[in-house]
Every structure is written in C-alpha cells, then in structure tokens.
Design a protein around this ligand. Sequence first.
Ligand SMILES: Cc1cc2nc3c(=O)[nH]c(=O)nc-3n(C[C@H](O)[C@H](O)[C@H](O)COP(=O)(O)OP(=O)(O)OC[C@H]3O[C@@H](n4cnc5c(N)ncnc54)[C@H](O)[C@@H]3O)c2cc1C
Ligand code: FES
Length: 255
Amino acid sequence: MSIQELCTVRDNRQLTGSVFALTLEAPRISSAAAPGQFVHIACGEARLLRRPISICQAHDGLLKLVFAAKGEGTQWLSRCSAGDVVDVLGPLGHGFDLSALGDRPVFIGGGIGVPPMLQTMQAARAAGAQPTAILGFRSRDAVILEDDFRAAGTVYIATDDGSYGIHGFVSDVLRAHIGAFTSVCCCGPKPMLRALAEIAQAAGIPCQVSMEERMGCGIGACLVCACALKAEDGAVRYGHVCKDGPVFYAEEVQW
Ligand SMILES: Cc1cc2nc3c(=O)[nH]c(=O)nc-3n(C[C@H](O)[C@H](O)[C@H](O)COP(=O)(O)OP(=O)(O)OC[C@H]3O[C@@H](n4cnc5c(N)ncnc54)[C@H](O)[C@@H]3O)c2cc1C
Ligand code: FES
C-alpha cells in the first residue's frame, strides 16, 4: 500500500558536485519501506510529474534519499533545506527478494545506482549473512557512501579511470570473485546489469536487477514505464517497472 506523506526536510547535504543526500521525516513511509523500493516525489507545484528516487535508508521515522541533481525536478529538490516540506508518495514497487540470497550475497551498484544497495546490504547483514558490496564510479570525485557500506561488510570500489580503488568495471570485479558469492543483487545502467546477469548466470547463482525507466504515475496506471519481460513460452510480455519492479530476477528480463 502506498502512502502520501507531507515530509519535513531534516537535512539536505551535498555529497559530490551533483549528488545530494536528503533526509526526510517520514514516519509512515519509512516504517513501511522494504529494501529496493522507491518513493515518488512532487518537486514543486510547477511540475506535474513526480520524480522516482530509490530509498537508500529507512529507519527511526526517517527516509534517506541520495540523488543526482540533473534536470528541473531534481535541481528543485537539491535546493530544499531543513524545515521545508516535500510531498512524497511511497513506498512504491517491488524490492529485492531477501529470502533467496544465501549466506554470501554480493550487492553491486553503479554510479547513482549505488544508494539503494545500502539498505539492502544492511538488511542482509541483519539477517545473519556475510555481505560484500562492489561499487563502481567514474572517478574518485564521484565516490559516495563508502563508509556506510564499509560498516555493513566487505567493500570493493572500482573506478573507470583508476583514480581510486580497482581500475575497471564492477563486472571485472564480480568475474574475479564470483566463486565467493551465493547471489547477486544490482542497480545501475542497463548494460552493466546485463553484464552482471550474464556472469551470475554462467556461475549458476541467482541475480536480481533493479531496472530504471521513465515514469508517469508510479503506481501501475499509465503504462509509461513498460519494460519487456520474458513470458513462460519464451515470447515477450510487458511489465510495469513501477509496480512489477523495479527489481526483477534477471532471467525474467528481455535484455
Ligand atoms: C525506480 C527508480 C529509482 C530511481 N532512483 C534514483 C535515485 O535513487 N537517485 C537518483 O539520482 N536518481 C534515481 N532515479 C532517476 C531519477 O528518477 C531521474 O534522474 C529524475 O526523475 C530526473 O528528473 P529531473 O527533473 O532531474 O529531470 P528532467 O529531465 O527534468 O525530467 C523530466 C521527466 O523525465 C523523467 N526522467 C528523467 N530522467 C529519468 C530517469 N533516469 N529515470 C526515470 N525518469 C526520468 C522525470 O521523472 C520527469 O518526469 C530513479 C529512477 C527510477 C525509475
Ligand atoms: S509509471 Fe505509470 S504505469 Fe508505471
């Protein structure tokens, strides 16, 4: 069930040049939120369409969202400050299935796909698993949330230009260590998700992917977020990223 809540901004902090960590007082949404779900935010009265942002953390009545200020809506959000009130709808969608992770899951995020993996990794650890994170960024300047992930388990950081951590892509790191893991959960650009899904499939371990599509309503009513999935007979069927996802098992996705 989704909840519409008027949330007071507790804090809005700039993490890198364009990335912000927004903490909202959202007692009702945060108590209902599960790892991998998202919220839909009204970014000022002038913008009709809400903006989907993943839940990075939800606890003690607070919601932490980490977002890149790109276009009009997210730039508006980046200007919000403590005491402002934001209209939030959530928690929305279908998050990660935590029942099939095994005892050594790996959580992989690329760029702005990193934030939703934090709450998911923390949940796995709280359930007794020994989680690992593989986090990929363009360069050292773009690294976010490193300390939060380190507090939850083992962390590998990869940068495209080699300016920090391992020089290369998260897929290189996964390939090198795949034998150590019992499952893969990931969020990031589609080509990255596809590459990770292929590695997991070759190793015979389950892989869940969090997909991103443009959204309208966010609740399954408008078809803007349609994505191609595999039907049981191998044909193509269409699902809603907002309602059936954003998280899918990789083998369901028509890449
Ligand atoms: C399920 C989901 C979770 C997401 N989680 C995060 C997150 O945690 N952090 C983060 O920084 N970004 C996240 N995004 C992407 C984020 O929604 C877009 O960057 C944002 O909507 C862009 O809005 P804008 O006003 O800045 O851009 P504009 O270009 O002004 O937006 C115009 C319209 O296009 C839509 N749109 C533009 N880019 C995207 C996009 N990449 N995905 C979906 N809709 C888009 C907007 O929602 C808006 O309706 C997520 C997207 C989805 C679908
Ligand atoms: S955004 Fe409207 S159906 Fe998904």
